[in-house]
Design a protein. Structure first.
Length: 672
């Protein structure tokens, strides 16, 4: 009796429970960290809002804001719901939602997003989406659903666990029976069986996948990539073909003037643009808007036309400043007997054909029957599209551009960004068929689009990826939504998916390895030869440690970083410019400066995208912050920045500073 009284193992039972509880506590703490991104998203939402009711400002809980309410926003305040500005202007920091590092200007008629921050300015907006319909609420819901959904690989782990548990129980019974038959006591056999059960608890197997999925979807949300399900996150890693729409995906979706040519030396580009903008400002056509926008970018002031006559599909005749300005197509010019348009060998006609071969639309401008000049208008390629396509190719992913646009324009854009295959002039239903054809060849296809016409293809593809600024139907049809509207995020999503799957495989390997190694030890295979056996307490500690290790490994995904593929030195054209100063090519500046020991050098950077004094200030601040820049002078009129250097500063650092400020550096020369 005394012998059995000393072997009740009360302390073992207490220690097992303690170790398991401690392990579960550590596991819970680690797992909680995987939802940090979701918690941060929830915390972004302001708790109160100031609304106008009965002509009075009232502070109410944010959840009580109703659609149609006028919300008042002051500097430093967060936006509680989605809406459209009705009065005022502000500079909105949207980094928490879209990932844009630079505040964007929002004025009357522009949309604002919940949980973004008004850095400067004051405005009022009309609430359009409130409660669970706001952008933030939808993001939170998508991230939560994705984190809690199961990927196919998780279902595999569940099936394995379903077989594993009965198998372990059977091994425990066999262990007890073998030791009894070997002549050991019942106490010894029971202790060995309990040790097998404790050490083989399948917690690590169960945690291997969901914790990694939660970490991956949370990290994706931080980058502005919304993955709607765990299955989508898993499938991304196997993508070998990316199909992209052109308009609004590879390109900005907004036509812009890219080239200007005057008819002769009697008129300057500025004069041509002034006359053209004055005529076109009376038209609502997108091409006309592009001309007016170009004039505004260059700080040109123009008047509205006194009268306007439009010929559908051909052009317009505008009376402005006492002149009769014609603007339109070549056919329109011929109809009005413009001499240079009638001569196919004229410089303007030759240049127009060259632009058209590049997929651009050519606009002709004349004063009566005298040609003033021509302009090329094109849908501008997004500044990150080339880098995105290059990153796809580096990752071994085949790229396809699929568009309904004409073949000439499509091939010009495809060549410019470097896609492998261009498929043009396809209808929405044909886009679906093209995706199916690729799948039938054995490809795993991701489709990237933004419009209603892309919805069938997004549904058909293995992974549908929607640009966040696209239509609601495109976003609803997609598996992944890119809030930053950047193609580069497709590459980030694929890399993140591959990192998650790699992490899951490592977790599953160590979970199985641990059990394969631990169960025989627990059963006592070393006891006959070496007299070694595991205590149930040690088994409990090992089981808890295995779960914590699996969760900790999954948490490494929190340190996943976006790959920096920017290389402006390689991707931007370098153009020599001759002036009275001694100019050094941008690429050779670093070498020249170091060889000659020059200091106080002046470097002139051409910058596209500056439209106002606010833009000018942004570029100046960005360049002034670069180490080695003593002074930065930015000219809005000339669209250039002159930096005075106190030491050798590589071109890429200056270009990166301008790019991070939200503008595009296009040329760099060094001035002695």
């Amino acid at each position: 009796i005394r012998e059995y009284g000393d072997a009740l193992y009360f302390e073992s039972c207490a220690m097992i429970l303690t170790l398991v509880t401690v392990g579960k506590y550590l596991e819970a703490r680690s797992t909680a960290k995987t939802s940090d991104a979701l918690s941060r998203l929830i915390d972004l939402a302001p708790k109160t809002a100031v609304v106008l009711r009965n002509g009075q400002e009232q502070t109410i809980p944010a959840e009580q804001v109703a659609a149609g309410d006028i919300v008042v926003i002051r500097p430093g305040e967060s936006i509680p719901v989605d809406g459209v500005i009705t009065e005022g202007k502000g500079y909105i920091d949207q980094s928490a939602i879209t990932g844009e590092s630079i505040p964007v200007t929002r004025k009357t008629g522009d949309p604002v997003i919940s949980a973004t921050l008004n850095k400067n300015g004051a405005f009022r907006f009309q609430a359009s989406r409130v409660g669970n319909d706001t952008t933030l609420a939808q993001i939170i819901r998508l991230v939560d659903e994705a984190g809690n959904s199961k990927a196919p690989i998780a279902k595999l782990a569940d099936r394995v666990s379903g077989i594993f548990v009965p198998a372990v129980i059977l091994i425990a019974l066999v262990t007890a029976a073998v030791w009894l038959l070997a002549g050991q006591s019942f106490e010894f056999a029971l202790s060995s069986a309990i040790t097998v059960l404790v050490i083989s608890c399948p917690c690590a197997l169960g945690l291997a996948t969901p914790v990694a999925i939660m970490s991956g979807t949370g990290k994706a949300a931080e980058f502005g990539i919304l993955v709607k399900s765990a299955e989508s996150l898993e499938n991304l890693h196997s993508i070998d073909t990316v199909v992209m729409d052109k308009t609004g995906t590879i390109t900005s979706g907004h036509p812009a003037v890219t080239d200007i040519m005057t008819a002769d030396s009697s008129i300057t580009e500025k004069e041509l643009l002034t006359q053209a903008a004055a005529a076109e400002s009376g038209s609502a056509h997108p091409l006309a808007s592009a001309v007016a926008e170009k004039a505004k970018e260059q700080g040109i002031h123009f008047s509205q036309p006194n009268s306007l006559q439009s010929t559908e599909g051909r052009g317009i005749r505008a009376e402005t400043g006492g002149r009769s300005i014609l603007a339109g197509s070549l056919a329109f010019m011929k109809e009005n007997k413009v001499s240079a348009a009638l001569d196919p060998a004229s410089p303007a006609a030759v240049q127009a054909r060259q632009w058209m071969s590049e997929g651009k639309t050519v606009l002709w401008f004349a004063d009566g029957n005298r040609l003033l000049g021509i302009m090329a208008v094109s849908d501008i390629i997004r500044k990150d599209s080339r880098e995105a396509v290059r990153s796809f190719r580096q990752a071994g992913i085949h790229t396809v551009m699929l568009t309904g646009d004409n073949k000439t324009a499509a091939e010009a854009v495809g060549k410019a960004v470097g896609v492998d295959t261009v498929i043009a002039e396809v209808l929405p239903a044909e886009k679906d068929a093209e995706i199916r054809a690729l799948q039938e060849k054995g490809h795993k296809v991701a489709m990237v689009g933004d419009g209603i016409n892309d919805a069938p293809a997004l549904m058909r593809a293995d992974i549908g990826i929607a640009i966040g600024a696209g239509t609601d139907i495109a976003i609803d049809s997609a598996d992944v939504v890119l809030m930053k509207n950047s193609l580069r995020d497709v590459g980030t999503a694929v890399r993140l998916s591959r990192a998650v799957i790699r992490n899951i495989h490592v977790n599953l390997f160590w979970a199985f390895f641990y059990n394969i190694l631990g169960i025989p030890l627990a059963a006592g295979v070393l006891y006959p030869e070496f007299g070694l056996r595991l205590s149930p307490m040690i088994a409990a500690a090992a089981m808890s440690l295995s779960s914590v290790c699996v969760v900790t490994n999954a948490l490494r995904l929190r340190f996943f970083q976006i790959q920096d593929t920017d290389d402006y030195t390689a991707s931007l054209p370098q153009r020599a410019t001759q002036t009275t100063d001694t100019l050094v090519s941008a690429d050779s500046f670093h070498e020249s400066a170091s060889q000659k020991g020059m200091i106080k050098m002046k470097k002139i950077i051409s910058v596209d995208g500056m439209m106002c004094a606010h833009c000018q200030s942004h570029v100046q601040q960005a360049l002034s912050a670069v180490d080695g820049v003593e002074k930065a002078d930015v000219s809005l009129e000339k669209k250039e920045a002159t930096v005075t250097l106190s030491k050798d500063v590589p071109q890429k650092e200056l270009f990166d500073a301008v790019t991070e400020a939200g503008y595009t550096p296009t040329k760099c020369v060094v001035k002695n």
